[in-house]
Design a protein around this ligand. Structure first.
Ligand code: FE2
Length: 272
């Protein structure tokens, strides 16, 4: 059923999820969970444990049931083993396989060492019969912005080559385009030209999805959908010159990845 998985698995770490060949694949994206080591910590007055629990509850009730859940960075507010250990039960309470990538608030090696203890949660590629999902790492030490290393760019190229005629959703933490918020654009992806140069080598990329910006964003480039998503905790004002928190509820994004390559997506806000 999975025509190219062996080739992909020899290049990058991949996991196969297994809907029937002609079915759509349903995916939920959570992002910027910002869990802290100290449960008394608040993010702009918000208890990020409470909001994440509410989003997970909604995701677990979501119909159609997701085939997997992606968490696209800033999993913790400040990286420590204690913070990731406090995140782990949240992830374990999700009733679908969960796959994570790091953001600037994370520490990738620590993230992997804790979150992979009971099951693999950090594959580079998630494969289905008709789609691949590529999970990229844009983390750069000491930088709130992000950068794709040569290795990550090569992983992306290998994954897209290995996809054959399957469709691709590419995920990362930092936006590769301006979101028209100058303060946030200063900490976006530092090398978008290198990223898009790889994407432009292929015709099977349907969408790029990221976190980091704590707001919904949608655009398109060369037929590829570009999608930013609100956080599971605090949201930021769109088109703002500076950091402004807005009174909006936590959220998640759903994707339907059609077997014919069509992608439908929508953001859902969750009452707490
Ligand atoms: Fe971030």
């Amino acid at each position: 059923m999975i025509r190219y998985s062996y080739a992909l698995m020899t290049i990058v770490s991949s996991v196969v999820i297994n809907p029937a060949l002609q079915d759509s694949v349903y995916v939920i994206q959570l992002t910027d969970t910002h869990i802290s080591a100290d449960p008394a910590t608040r993010f702009a007055g918000v208890d990020t444990d409470v909001t994440l629990a509410a989003v997970v509850k909604a995701a677990n009730r979501h119909a159609p049931r997701p085939d997997c859940v992606l968490v696209t960075g800033d999993l913790v507010e400040a990286p420590s083993e204690a913070a990731y250990l406090r995140l782990l039960p949240h992830l374990q309470s999700i009733s679908a396989p969960v796959y994570c990538l790091p953001g600037n608030h994370d520490e990738p090696a620590l993230l992997r060492s804790v979150l992979n203890r009971d099951r693999g949660r950090t594959p580079k590629v998630i494969e289905t019969a008709q789609w691949i999902i590529v999970m990229l790492d844009t983390w750069e030490s000491g930088n709130d912005g992000g950068r794709l290393s040569k290795g990550e760019l090569e992983t992306l190229r290998c994954a897209l080559e290995g996809a054959g005629d399957r469709h691709a959703l590419v995920c990362l933490h930092h936006p590769p385009v301006s979101i028209r918020s100058p303060w946030m654009d200063e900490m976006s992806l530092a090398n978008p030209d290198e990223f898009f140069a790889v994407l432009d080598e292929f015709s099977n990329v349907r969408a790029v999805a990221w976190g980091h910006i704590h707001q919904e964003f949608e655009s398109e480039r060369n037929g590829v959908l570009l999608l930013g998503s609100p956080s599971t905790c605090v949201q930021f004002a769109p088109c703002a010159n500076e950091y402004i928190v807005v009174d909006e509820p936590p959220a998640y994004r759903e994707f339907e990845l059609g077997s014919d390559g069509r992608l439908r997506t929508r953001v859902h806000h969750v009452a707490v």
